[in-house]
Design a protein around this ligand. Structure first.
Ligand SMILES: CC(C)(COP(=O)(O)OP(=O)(O)OC[C@H]1O[C@@H](n2cnc3c(N)ncnc32)[C@H](O)[C@@H]1OP(=O)(O)O)[C@@H](O)C(=O)NCCC(=O)NCCS
Length: 170
């Protein structure tokens, strides 16, 4: 992990691997991030449909187990999580509203790039929300086009983005 990736010299949180006992806290963080942070960009019906993905704890756990999940933790608990699946696809990136704009997603993304490199990925891909798009662009991800997906009866426009791993990490 390069020094310049660090959002602060001494951030008041650290990142580590997800453990199964973190599931309920992560599910609540997922709902909170959607209902509070994403509320500026999506309709109430879209927010409800999106957040619903964590309601079935078994299915949510299975989705998390499809890849490698890192969490960010401060003195009060979990403040963010991100998931990367083989061969280098970022499937989830969420920061708790109380920890927004403290560099949590930046640190988690840096962890994702380290893991992607370890997976041997030639490129890291993701489908970004409109909220995450500026952050990912700042991180060197480039637009690959839009797509519309359906989740629990609601339609979402997502932005396919890709970051080459052929150059040095940001
Ligand atoms: C997207 C998300 C993970 C960003 O988390 P975060 O920890 O607040 O992000 P960071 O603090 O690392 O942000 C770093 C930079 O990214 C950009 N950024 C982050 N959030 C932004 C937002 N909501 N709007 C515009 N730019 C944003 C800014 O440039 C920011 O730097 P700054 O705070 O110095 O201006 C968080 O807003 C979130 O959970 N959103 C709801 C769920 C979601 O959309 N997840 C992505 C699914 S693909």
């Amino acid at each position: 992990m390069s020094e310049q990736d660090k959002p602060e010299e001494n951030p008041d949180f650290e990142t580590c691997d997800f453990r199964p006992e973190d599931l309920a806290e992560i599910a609540q963080l997922f709902r909170d991030a959607i209902h509070m942070t994403a509320a500026s960009a999506y309709s109430p019906r879209q927010l409800a449909a999106w957040a619903q993905s964590a309601d079935d704890e078994g299915a949510f756990s299975l989705a998390l187990n499809e890849g490698w999940v890192r969490i960010a933790v401060d003195d009060e608990g979990i403040i963010g999580f991100a998931q990367i699946n083989m061969p280098g696809h970022i499937a989830m990136l969420y920061t708790a509203p109380r920890a927004a704009r403290r560099g949590v997603a930046t640190q988690l993304l840096d962890d994702m790039l380290v893991l992607g490199e370890a997976m041997g990925a030639q490129a890291i891909t993701t489908e970004a929300s409109s909220i995450a798009r500026p952050l990912l662009a700042h991180f060197g991800f480039v637009d690959q086009g839009e797509e519309v997906v359906e989740r629990h009866g609601e339609h979402f426009t997502r932005f396919r983005m890709q970051r080459s791993m052929k150059r040095a990490r940001k």
